[in-house]
Design a protein around this ligand. Structure first.
Ligand code: SAM
Length: 252
């Protein structure tokens, strides 16, 4: 997969692309991540990439011309995603990461200041994605989140940890069960006995139950979309869950 990132702060990306799973995937050639300085596509002496908003008001707006030139120079394939990071976009969630991970190419456009000239969104973007309901000062950190969440899904990126993906929070539709490592007793807090029992079936059962309990406590909204077995539903009901009653005439 190739990912092109357009930014006025290319220097922010170095450590993120070098460390951990993303770094390994980049070095192994699973992900070809290219960071482009938008200022290279400016034409004036000051290498400007922004200007004052028409209609007045505070702040600056990112110019369309460097962004159009930059994206055109990348010659994205027809099926490439050209993503504008924006607090106004659709939520970037695990499903969106899974969808993007299927593509050959992604272009990520990082806004700054008051945002990006609307004609970029109309004329270049295939989608706008938001990493959450808050405003950060630039699209770089959101773009890093997208790169990380997508790259770790690429086949081979996790190495031996690949099977761990399946019960990751959100991938499974639930939050993950609690995790413990050594020592078995830390300052009087002990690990649940079942995890030390060596009984794999009992451990799997405990983990499922804890994942259900945790999701019910912290993110009950997720249960409406989760794939639940009859046994899961029984466990949840015992924990006080009331399954949502379908509204007649609406798809379940
Ligand atoms: N004035 C804009 C608004 O109210 O929608 C916010 C601009 S924000 C200060 C500057 C840039 O940061 C945005 O263009 C976008 O690229 C990025 N950004 C900020 N919050 C974001 C979020 N939650 N998700 C994705 N990108 C975000």
């Amino acid at each position: 997969m190739r990912i092109d990132v357009l930014t006025v702060f290319p220097e922010m990306f170095g450590p993120v692309l070098a460390a951990g799973i993303v770094g390994k995937a980049v070095r192994a050639g699973l992900a070809d991540v290219r960071i482009h300085d938008l200022r290279d596509f400016a034409h004036d002496r000051h290498r400007s990439t922004d200007d004052a908003p028409f209609g007045g008001g505070p702040g600056m707006v990112m110019l369309p011309q460097p962004l159009f030139e930059a994206v055109r120079s990348l010659e994205p394939s027809l099926d490439a995603a050209v993503v504008v990071l924006s607090p106004q976009g659709k939520p970037f969630d695990q499903r969106a990461a899974e969808r993007l991970a299927q593509l050959e190419r992604i272009v990520l456009i990082c806004g700054r200041y008051e945002g990006i000239d609307e004609r970029v969104i109309e004329g270049l973007a295939t989608e706008e994605l938001s990493t959450g309901d808050y405003v950060v000062s630039g699209g770089e950190v959101p773009a890093m989140l997208v790169v990380d969440a997508v790259v770790r899904l690429l086949p081979g990126a996790l190495g031996h940890g690949e099977e761990a993906l399946a019960d990751d929070s959100h991938t499974s539709g639930l939050l993950q069960h609690p995790q413990y490592t050594r020592p078995a007793d830390f300052e009087g807090r002990s690990v649940p006995d079942v995890l030390l029992s060596g009984n794999h079936a009992a451990i799997a059962q405990w983990r499922r139950r804890e994942a259900l309990r945790r999701t019910l406590e912290r993110r009950p909204d997720m249960l409406a979309r989760a794939e639940l077995s009859a046994e899961d539903a029984q466990i949840l009901r015992a924990l006080g869950w009331q399954p949502p009653t379908p509204v007649p005439g609406t798809p379940e």
